[in-house]
Every structure is written in structure tokens, then in C-alpha cells.
Design a protein around this ligand. Structure first.
Ligand code: ACO
Length: 387
């Protein structure tokens, strides 16, 4: 197999109208709109509508969409009761994957048509934050909070987590994070969602598979690993030694590098600025330490391998969430709260694309490099003859 095909790098497997990355220029586009314009002018709810329906909503469309999201925020009490049976130290991504899958058992009936898929998409986008916040409270021995219908998607999540309405500045920061993470073309979890959907499996099933893919440390799990790294480093003047030691040992620095961007990830730029502003407010050292991780990794990469490397979306989101008092192990579930929008849009596109070429069942080939005993195959020995 040619090396370039490993990991499907550079292979175009389908057409999409949903998002596009210009890895050379560092631009990310959702349905034609630059992500930087969306973070300046839009809300998470408007962005979710855009990603799902291919255009920005009118005022009336947005009100209707918001109303549906707000109505769908509740999860069954029985589900919250079941969460109480889990180990309190269970990984929140395992819990999220299981309960997203379980939604299919609580709801619905109809999965086959496009309208039903939009309903499932809204149900998922609305309920994933409630699942995450409920688990957070239950594992800490607290009663889950009911959603507050007067709050935005971002503010309601923080309210369900902490039991208090966030101040507007924090709400805005969190809303921006949700916009930035909502879609990113054929990343590992979205491709997983599309691959599962290509078999005609339903929205909950494809989304729970995507959550599994997101949990890995080379994908969404990297932000939790970044925060562990920052805590281990602990102080600004220890950064250089720590990074050099790891890179000399051939280890990867979490939050750095990207399979597609060959320049600064535009999401990392926005998150960097938000993290800087928040650190000014909280007087915590995490922004400064993260920035030093960035500059040291860049210079070490240059001197060790003569290659360029840039921060990815996870580098500055880690310190940002930490300063928002979000427990470290919820960083990746929070990524899922936002990315579920992209997964849903891609699942719908995968299943119901109208324009040719229509997506097909994914079925790549592999090069067999296993045991070979000749053209007739290996001689089978019964169990009693095997040594
Ligand atoms: N730290 C140190 N070295 C790195 C890093 C890193 N973070 N990333 C890449 N490199 C090095 C590799 O060791 C490799 O060196 P080599 O050519 O001597 O073998 C070279 O750069 C190219 O590495 P690849 O794995 O081919 O680069 P790719 O672009 O495919 O990797 C990836 C992208 C997997 C994200 C990688 O940069 C990485 O492991 N980063 C750390 C994990 C991380 O932050 N993941 C989150 C990504 S964003 C997201 O999924 C939401």
C-alpha cells in the first residue's frame, strides 16, 4: 500500500455542502460562511440552524428552532436514575456514548425519512447537554437541575452544571466555544458518524459511534490531555524543560499539530484570545503556561525535525474550560455538545443527499499481510493436535 493512503490522508470519499477547511490559509467555512464571521455575529443556535438547514434562519425560523430545542431539553427521569447506578469515577465519554445510544430506546418509532432525522437531530442537540450536566451532578451526589427555558443553549448548560445562571461574559465565551467546535468536515468522529449512517443505521446509533471516536486522545480526548499536561508542568519556568524532555523522547505534545491545517488553526486563534482575556480576569497562570507550551513546541519542532507545527483547537480550549471551572474530564463531552450538530448534519447529508454523486456504503480495501502458507491456505489442525 502506498504510504499516502494510510489513515485515508488526502483521499476524497464524498461530496459535502456542510463545511470546508482551507488548510493552507487557515480558514474554516460553515455552509459558505467564515467561522470568524460566525463567532463575531452569530449565536450557537443560529449556527446550528445554518449547519442543519443550509441557510441562516430568519427571525421566525430561529424562534421556531429555539422553541423546539428548548422543548426537547428534558431527558427521562428514568435515565437520570440509571446514571446513579454507574461508578462515580466512570469516564463521562463512556457514559455519554451509552446514554445517547439509549435515547433510541426511550423515543421514537420513525427513523427512515428525512423529516424524522431532523427531529432526531434536534432531540440530540438539545439532550446531549442535559445528559452531560446530569451526570456531572449525579456523580457528585447532587440532584440534576431541570433545564431553564428562559436561557440560551450555552447559558442553560452552565446553569444545569453549576446550579447558577452564568454572567453574560461567561455565557458569550462559552457560546463562542460551541460555535467553533460545531463542525470540521471529515474529522475522525464525523467520518465515523457518516460511515455508520452509510449502512442506513439511525441518528442515535451513528452519533454514539461518533462519540466513541471523539473520546480518543488523538482526537477530542486531546483537550483533557492538554490540561493534565498543564497541571503537571505547573509553572511557567518549567515549560521549556518539560517540552524538550518529552520531544527528545519522541512523545507528542497534546494540543499541537493537525492533520489538515498547515498554518494556524483559526479556531485556536479565537480560543487563544478568549483564554487570554479570561486569565486576565481570573489571574490564573494557565494562559501564560499554554502560550509557552506553544512557542517551545514550535521551536523544538523546528530544531529537531525542521518542520512547522501549530496549535490545534484543543490547546487553548483546555485552559479556557479550566478557568470556567469545568472539570477536566468534561472537556471532551463539551466538545460533543457542540460537535453533535455537525454529526447530525453529516448523517442527514449521508443518508438523504439529493445531488449526484450520492454517498454509498463505505467499504475500503485492505492489504493482507498476515499468515500465508501457499495458494491452498494453511492446513487446519484439530485442537488435540495443536501444541
Ligand atoms: N508533538 C510532537 N510531534 C508531533 C506532533 C505533536 N503534537 N504532531 C505531529 N508531530 C510530528 C510527528 O511525530 C511526525 O514526526 P515524524 O515525521 O518524524 O514521524 C510529524 O510531526 C508528522 O506527524 P503526523 O502524525 O504524520 O502528523 P499528522 O498531521 O497526521 O498528525 C495529529 C496530526 C494526529 C493531530 C498529530 O499532530 C498529533 O498527534 N497531535 C497531538 C494530539 C492532538 O492534539 N490531537 C487533537 C487534534 S485536533 C482534533 O482532533 C480535535
Amino acid at each position: 500500500m502506498e504510504t499516502k493512503n494510510i489513515g485515508l490522508r488526502g483521499i476524497e470519499v464524498a461530496d459535502t455542502r456542510i463545511s470546508n477547511i482551507d488548510g493552507e490559509k487557515g480558514r474554516l467555512i460553515y455552509r459558505g460562511f467564515d467561522i470568524l464571521d460566525l463567532t463575531k455575529n452569530s449565536t450557537f443556535e443560529e449556527t446550528a440552524y445554518l449547519l442543519l438547514y443550509d441557510s441562516l434562519p430568519t427571525k421566525q425560523e430561529l424562534d421556531e428552532f429555539n422553541g423546539k430545542l428548548i422543548d426537547a431539553r428534558y431527558i427521562p427521569k428514568q435515565m437520570q436514575k440509571n446514571m446513579g447506578n454507574w461508578r462515580k469515577d466512570a469516564d463521562p465519554m463512556d457514559m455519554l456514548q451509552a446514554f445517547v445510544s439509549a435515547l433510541a430506546g426511550y423515543y421514537d418509532e420513525e427513523f427512515s425519512n428525512k423529516d424524522a432525522s431532523y427531529e432526531k437531530a434536534i432531540n440530540l442537540i438539545a439532550k446531549v447537554p442535559t445528559i452531560v450536566a446530569s451526570w456531572h451532578r449525579i456523580r457528585n451526589g447532587l440532584e440534576p437541575m431541570d433545564p431553564d427555558s428562559s436561557l440560551s443553549h450555552a447559558a442553560n448548560f452552565l446553569y444545569m452544571m453549576f446550579g447558577e445562571r452564568p454572567d453574560p461574559e461567561v455565557e458569550k465565551i462559552f457560546d463562542t466555544c460551541l460555535i467553533l467546535h460545531a463542525d470540521h468536515t471529515f474529522n475522525a468522529s464525523t467520518f465515523t458518524a457518516r460511515q455508520v449512517a452509510s449502512t442506513r443505521a439511525h441518528m442515535y446509533s451513528a452519533s454514539s459511534a461518533a462519540i466513541g471516536a471523539l473520546s480518543g486522545e488523538l482526537h477530542g480526548g486531546a483537550n483533557t490531555e492538554v490540561m493534565k499536561m498543564l497541571l503537571e508542568i505547573g509553572e511557567l519556568d518549567k515549560v521549556e524543560g518539560w517540552i524538550k524532555e518529552k520531544m527528545n523522547a519522541g512523545e507528542r505534545i497534546m494540543g499541537m499539530g493537525h492533520a489538515v491545517y498547515k498554518t494556524y488553526d483559526p479556531r485556536a486563534q479565537v480560543l487563544k484570545e478568549l483564554s487570554r482575556k479570561l486569565a486576565e480576569k481570573t489571574k490564573e497562570p494557565w494562559y501564560d503556561i499554554t502560550e509557552k507550551v506553544e512557542t517551545t513546541t514550535i521551536s523544538e519542532m523546528k530544531s529537531q525535525k525542521d518542520k512547522d507545527i501549530y496549535p490545534n483547537v484543543d490547546l487553548y480550549s483546555a485552559s479556557l474550560y479550566y478557568m470556567l471551572k469545568i472539570p477536566m474530564d468534561l472537556n471532551t463531552p463539551i466538545f460533543a455538545i457542540s460537535r453533535v450538530v455537525g454529526w447530525a448534519a453529516h448523517i442527514i447529508e449521508e443518508k438523504f443527499a439529493e445531488a449526484a454523486p450520492k454517498p454509498a456504503l463505505y467499504r475500503p480495501k485492505a492489504t493482507y499481510v498476515g499468515k500465508y502458507c501457499g495458494p491452498e491456505g494453511c492446513e487446519y489442525q484439530t485442537l488435540d493436535l495443536r501444541k
